[in-house]
Design a protein around this ligand. Structure first.
Ligand SMILES: C[S@@+](CC[C@H](N)C(=O)[O-])C[C@H]1O[C@@H](n2cnc3c(N)ncnc32)[C@H](O)[C@@H]1O
Length: 216
């Protein structure tokens, strides 16, 4: 395991997770990334189905707030960090989620099939370029039901405008291996999705790329 990957997942101690919603979803999204958390909630509300996989679960905030299409959705949580799995599964215990401890950068165990998969603020934590980390879409392919949707959001750089404070924080996080998005561009994300999905769409809000894709 590379140092970058290690930093991108060991950051999430119980203490950090207790502050995460307030710092990242409350402050950074609005003030720095210029993508209010309500926009991400709308992305979930548009795309979650009754049979859902969330990858990179964090605190489980979006799963807790999402408007599910049924009262008892089947939800699977997949993460490389047990602290995140514990926090998210406790938070949505009312849905009795299944938890999977796994690295999305390696092939997955037999799971699913799922009708929706979310990847929120995961890609920018993974090492390498978008082309490297897009291998996760290949790992998801065997667990997708026909017509399944894959959606998420990630902080990009390249030509996307960002304020000096936003750039400074991204640079700091990249220097610590918490983020690995210095080479991530919306153009590479577009190619990665088009190469793998029957339909894909990316919208930019602030310096966040929000993507939605479907398989046949
Ligand atoms: C920035 S948090 C995002 C949390 C949540 N999705 C959100 O948007 O609030 C990144 C999450 O991805 C997980 N993660 C990082 N690298 C991973 C990997 N290689 N495989 C699976 N999960 C990973 C972390 O443990 C953490 O839960």
């Amino acid at each position: 395991m590379s140092n970058d990957l290690h930093a991108g997942q060991t950051l999430y101690t119980p203490r950090v997770l207790r502050a995460y919603d307030w710092v990242v979803l409350g402050l950074s999204n609005t003030l720095l990334w210029r993508c209010p958390t309500t926009v991400l909630r709308q992305l979930y509300d548009r795309n979650v189905t009754a049979n859902h996989l969330d990858v990179g679960v964090g605190t489980g905030y979006f799963l807790d707030k999402a408007k599910w299409p049924v009262t008892t959705p089947s939800i699977t949580l997949l993460d490389i960090n047990t602290n995140c799995l514990d926090a998210a599964s406790s938070r949505i215990a009312r849905y009795a989620p299944r938890t999977i401890l796994a690295n999305i950068l390696t092939p997955l165990p037999a799971l699913g099939p799922f009708r929706s998969v979310s990847l929120c603020y995961l890609l920018h934590c993974l090492p390498g370029s978008i082309t490297d980390k897009a291998v996760l879409f290949d790992h998801l392919r065997p667990v997708l039901a026909p017509g399944a949707r894959v959606f998420g959001a990630t902080l990009v750089q390249g030509t996307i405008p960002r304020s000096s404070p936003a750039q400074a924080l991204m640079d700091f996080y990249n220097s610590k291996g918490i983020f690995s998005n210095s080479r991530d561009t919306v153009e590479d994300l577009d190619v990665a999705l088009r190469d793998r999905f029957a339909f894909s769409n990316i919208k930019i809000k602030g310096c966040v790329a929000l993507f939605e894709a479907y398989v046949d």
